[in-house]
Design a protein around this ligand. Sequence first.
Ligand code: DSN
Length: 413
Amino acid sequence: MNSLAQTDQKINKLIQQEIKRQQNGLVMIASENYVSPAVRQALGSVLTNKYSEGYPNKRYYGGNQFIDQIELLAQERARQLFNAKQYHVNVQPYSGSPANLEVYFALLKPGDKIMGMALDQGGHLTHGHRVNLSGKMFRFIQYGVDKKTKRLNYQAIRQLAKREKPKLIISGATAYSRKINFRQFHQIAQEIDAISMADISHLAGLIVGQVHPSPFPFTDIVTTTTHKTLRGPRGAMIFCKQKFVKQIDRMVFPGMQGGPHNQTTAAIAVTLQEASRVIFRRYAQKIVINAQILAQTLKKEGIKLVTGGTDNHLLLVDLTNLSIDGQTATQLLSNIGIYVNKNMIPNDLGTPTKPSGIRLGTPALTTRGFRQQEMIIVGQLISQILHQPKNKQINQLARKQIKQLTKRFPLPR
Ligand code: DSN
């Protein structure tokens, strides 16, 4: 059969253009990263040809002897890497959103009460937003950050939990730059006989690298995507304590999904192997150091940050003191090749499409090899653009500097 370039010139050209965009730009979207050539090789392999509905040694199709070994290897590596030997892990969820819904539908009945962090306070769509199936099918009680400190207030969360008595409490966020105390969340859940669930999608790589506290071995359920700080393919995993295995597995398949994406399972296994190396631990440490250097630089330049800084891989920029909204800032930065996302900040007076913040992350730049001096340059560039968006000279100079940086730090290929 012919190559992509011969078969489909249009798609091939678009992929080539996307390679250039990734190469020539600075990805600062906190949830994006660059996978290794090995992960991409597994993803692009013949495993995509195979149907494997069911679980290892319990399939509905023949010819799964190698797929079984791949899935078992992925499970074993996941348990090992997260120090979660007493947990069961399902590696089949297609991504983070289905994984979370699979947990809710496995363990609860529609209409049951769940507690999760509100999206506009730093949570995730599937943690109960009204437009998401989670918020439509379950009665969500939403907690947020403290009005003053913009940090999680565990006493307030405990009081809310005691008053509302949800059956499940979710910890985890997508736009919160401080450490999350998973142990406190678990204790609160225990006090009201609720199930504790941690969604560590953003933090998985930092937890593996021991630069963020782990939700293991106490949290009842842990979900994670595999493509953010963990630096793997787009996929997800659900860890659960032994008493939940049957319900979780049955809800993933046949409850919500059909055949697993075997090429993704193999790529997850490769990712877990890569993340077990000492060099990955150093990578996780550098992500956080880079985020903190970026935070210091921006603050020096007069840019406001929610909570004033970061403990992890991301920063939430509060634009309210600049005459610019999150949508415009995202566009301006994108124009010069810095990719970020607009984001609500706690108690935002803007709207989701025109919020008052942007979210910045360092996982992808750290993968490229950016260190302290590069993060300072990037911080200064961002500040200049946000302060003087219409200054043509600044824009031109920024483009030039980005060109130099991206040339010096190529993508992993
Ligand atoms: N949409 C992802 C993020 O950017 O944080 C979370 O799923």
